[in-house]
Design a protein around this ligand. Structure first.
Ligand code: AMP
Ligand code: GLY
Length: 426
């Protein structure tokens, strides 16, 4: 089977690496890809926004499965266009991708289905939103409704900050994402990510992970797309996972199907583990980045089989995902300046030395310049290790980090700290 993979980050490199292990795979194509993905796939110059051109490529290359990695093409309806042209697609249609594309949509669905989540109100008008703040205690959470590349959430400790965030969103500070705003109750607890695969009807667990969103050690500094992750996240115990499945994910999948917009793909639930149980913070309509990297290191199934079964509505007929009991941990090496303006063009060497058994370096933002590997984005490499426990995985990942020479880059040195602290007291 020929597969087309859409995307260019560490998430897509991990998917390419795992797809390439499948005996079912004939040719893997990737667009736009990156130098790491190019080790497993033929890179093709396709304009992802040109849905007809992507469909024409699929027809010309006998593509049997399209895997869409990032949220933007999903929300843009690439899945609809390719399905309409007869190609199996892993990733939701435009209407179902609203679970990520519109925070207000998801909150309304939660309210309708009694899915546990933070109390909220939606506003399409600045003055109404400012007045609406009266109904919330501090801290309060202000969210731009639409896709804002992970930057659309402000946690305001003071009323003035909340007002400034609302003003900024309605004044275009977040582009069209801020045309509507959601104000939310602040939840307390520990965060965990839960992943489920669904073909619109059947739902299976794909395990858990924990991300590290702040740029600095000890979870300080600005938010990022994620500076590292590990899987599993034992804080999401089997009992809590069962609740998240029964109280959050399954009712969502049922409601989307009942509305005539079944959700097919991976549903990534960002959860807050509160004193009352798991509550939904947000959904993503795709794999997490870098959470996908640690999930792929643990996944034992044939990824072509699994993703094709989702795409073709046959999930109930294939073996459920099996995840190794090992822990996988990934450290993001970022370019200096990230999450602001990252320094581009810095050279990177030593990846081959870093890749020992159980260690894989995924490329996120890299490029080849005259044959030299250089940084070409904010998050540059995902140095990933798999081992019987988190301490060993962490040590292996940092040993690999230290084997890489990337003078214009940096990383957090404490990925996995919450779990390691817990392991230390048990
Ligand atoms: P996002 O950028 O959408 O992934 O969300 C950013 C982060 O904001 C989440 O990972 C949470 O840490 C935090 N957050 C979002 N909503 C809430 C909430 N209602 N209560 C507490 N923290 C929240
Ligand atoms: N690492 C967070 C995300 O992919 O949304």
């Amino acid at each position: 089977m020929n597969v087309l993979l859409i995307g260019s980050g560490g998430r897509e490199h991990a998917l390419a690496w795992k797809l390439a292990q499948s005996p079912k795979l004939d040719r893997l194509f990737a667009a736009p890809g990156n130098p790491g993905i190019a080790e497993h796939a033929e890179i093709v110059a396709l304009d992802i926004a040109d849905h007809e051109a992507v469909a024409a490529f699929c027809a010309a290359h006998a593509i049997g499965l399209v895997v869409i990695g990032p949220e933007a093409p999903l929300v843009d309806g690439l899945g609809n266009a390719l399905r309409a042209a007869g190609f199996p697609v892993f990733g939701p249609d435009k209407a179902a991708a609203q679970l990520e594309g519109s925070k207000g949509f998801t909150k309304d669905l939660c309210a309708q289905e009694a899915i546990p989540t933070a109390a909220y109100r939606r506003f399409a008008d600045k003055d109404a939103a400012l007045a609406g703040l009266d109904a919330f205690a501090l801290p309060v959470v202000i969210k731009a409704d639409g896709l804002a590349a992970g930057k659309g959430v402000v946690i305001a400790e003071r009323r003035a900050e909340a007002e400034a965030a609302i003003e900024d969103m309605f004044d275009g500070g977040y582009g069209s994402a801020g045309a509507e705003v959601v104000i939310e109750e602040f939840l307390t607890g520990e965060e965990a990510s839960f992943f489920a695969l669904t073909d619109g009807h059947s739902v299976v667990s794909l395990g858990s992970a924990q991300d590290h969103k702040r740029v600095g050690d000890g979870d300080v500094g600005p938010n990022t797309g994620g500076m590292g992750a590990y899987s599993p996240a034992p804080v999401l115990t089997p009992a809590l996972e069962a609740r998240a499945m029964a109280e959050i994910v399954e009712p969502t999948v049922r409601a989307m199907a009942a509305a005539g917009t079944p959700y097919s793909g991976v549903l990534y639930a960002g959860l807050m583990l509160t004193a009352e149980g798991p509550k939904l913070i947000e959904y993503n309509a795709r794999f997490g980045d870098p959470e996908c990297q640690v999930l792929m290191m643990r996944l034992e199934n044939d990824l072509v089989d699994l993703l094709l079964a989702v795409a073709e509505g046959r999930l109930a007929e294939v073996p459920a995902p099996r995840l190794s009991r090992d822990t996988a941990l990934t450290v993001v090496m970022a370019a200096n300046g990230y999450p602001g303006t990252p320094e581009k063009g810095g050279s990177i060497t030593g990846i081959a030395d870093a890749e020992t058994p159980g260690v894989k370096v995924f490329h996120a933002g890299t490029a080849l310049q005259n044959g030299t590997l250089v940084a070409n984005g904010g998050r540059v490499l995902n140095v990933t290790a798999r081992a019987p426990d988190i301490r060993i995985a962490q040590a292996a990942a940092y040993k690999a980090v230290d084997a890489i020479d990337f003078p214009t880059g940096f990383c957090r040195r404490d990925i996995g700290w919450r779990e390691i602290a817990r392991a230390g007291t048990s």
